[in-house]
Ligand binder design. Structure first.
Ligand code: AMP
Ligand code: MN
Ligand code: MN
Length: 327
């Protein structure tokens, strides 16, 4: 489906409702925050009420303006007691929103706009485009196709979302058209240096220390899969938490020898959160789906039960299956 095909559905949905709750996925990233804030900004400019539900730390993304009230796990249930329409962005499964999934029960209408592969269709109206770099790119196309205006704050959100999901306009998902979209968005007055530095080149001292541990513990398997891990003891020693490892997998992926990169972190509940990236031929989304996770061919994630050693072996075994298929 194209943006032009979805635009009439979207316009009718916006016009038929006054109050909206927007959800991205748990552990919000630049694209889920960018797409939710851009959508909220549009709805606000149209005189509608919108609230965004966040589950997880968003403090790393203070370069993205927050135009509306924010909901969290302590307020989402009460917010669902008044009539609302639900917009699911940057994820297709209600469960990926964490406690936001309660919206599925109470909403009077719903739409989903997402770009992940093979995650199903759970909303009333779904626009899923796995070719898109980001949900933010899809919103840019949709706002234009629907004839809605884009203001500076929304442009900042969309630019940040696209920048985040393309690794700073670098990933293989980039096309000449995406550079053109980024150029057009920057023309709305986006503070590009702040956005790019804020997303990609800003770490706390603790995050730098944790990164040091992660690099020291990195190992190369079968000459092409780099793996590193941190457990709760490592994090305590560095004075950090499992939130202090965002971006670590991208640093591992800089390793020349690595086709695939795997980063495992032990969460406070003992589960193991896994981030995976690849460069040429390994489909990490397929590997992540084997453990109930998902994502994209070149970037995916999943959460396994501990202990760490077992989780690591399971993930490696899954990736090795794809190595054998390579000539
Ligand atoms: P991450 O490694 O968390 O940065 O995620 C990489 C990509 O995979 C992002 O597009 C995520 O939204 C997606 N992803 C991560 N974990 C999951 C999951 N459990 N289910 C579906 N998609 C996921
Ligand atoms: Mn995302
Ligand atoms: Mn995304």
């Amino acid at each position: 489906m194209t943006a032009a095909e979805f635009a009439p559905v979207f316009r009718a949905f916006v016009e038929a409702n006054d109050r909206f709750i927007l959800c991205g996925h748990i552990r919000p990233d630049g694209d889920s925050i960018g797409s939710c804030t851009a959508m909220a900004g549009l709805l606000k400019s149209l005189g509608k009420t919108a609230e965004i539900y966040y589950e997880g730390d968003i403090s790393h993304y203070d370069m993205i303006p927050q135009p509306v009230e924010m909901l969290d796990p302590t307020t989402i249930k009460a917010a669902c007691q008044r009539p609302f329409a639900w917009i699911l962005l940057d994820c297709a499964q209600p469960a990926r929103t964490g406690q936001g999934q309660i919206c599925a029960e109470y909403c009077k209408a719903s739409i989903c706009i997402d770009h992940h592969v093979n995650m199903g269709e759970y909303a009333e109206h779904n626009w899923i485009d796995p070719q898109a770099t980001s949900a933010s790119e899809m919103l840019f196309r949709l706002f234009k196709a629907a004839g809605y205006p884009i203001h500076r704050e929304q442009a900042t959100s969309l630019f940040a979302g696209i920048a985040f999901d393309t690794g700073g306009f670098r990933h293989s998902s980039m096309t000449p058209e995406i550079y053109t979209i980024a150029g057009e968005l920057s023309g709305y007055g986006v503070a590009i240096t702040d956005v790019m530095n804020g997303i990609f080149h800003t770490k706390s001292m603790i995050e730098q220390k944790v990164l040091g541990v992660i690099l020291r513990k990195a190992k190369l398997y079968r000459g092409c899969i780099i793996v590193s891990e941190v457990d709760q003891a490592d994090l305590r020693q560095a004075g950090g938490t499992s939130d202090d490892c965002e971006g670590a997998v991208a640093v591992l992926a800089e390793t020349r020898e690595a086709e695939a990169s795997v980063f495992l972190r032990e969460l406070s509940n003992g589960q193991i959160r896994v981030n995976m990236r690849s460069k040429q031929y390994i489909d990490v989304a397929e590997a992540a789906r084997a453990f109930g996770g998902g994502g994209h061919v070149r970037a995916a994630g999943c959460t396994l039960d501990g202990p760490m050693l077992m989780a690591k072996q399971q993930v490696l075994t899954e990736l090795y299956k794809q190595l054998r298929e390579e000539p």
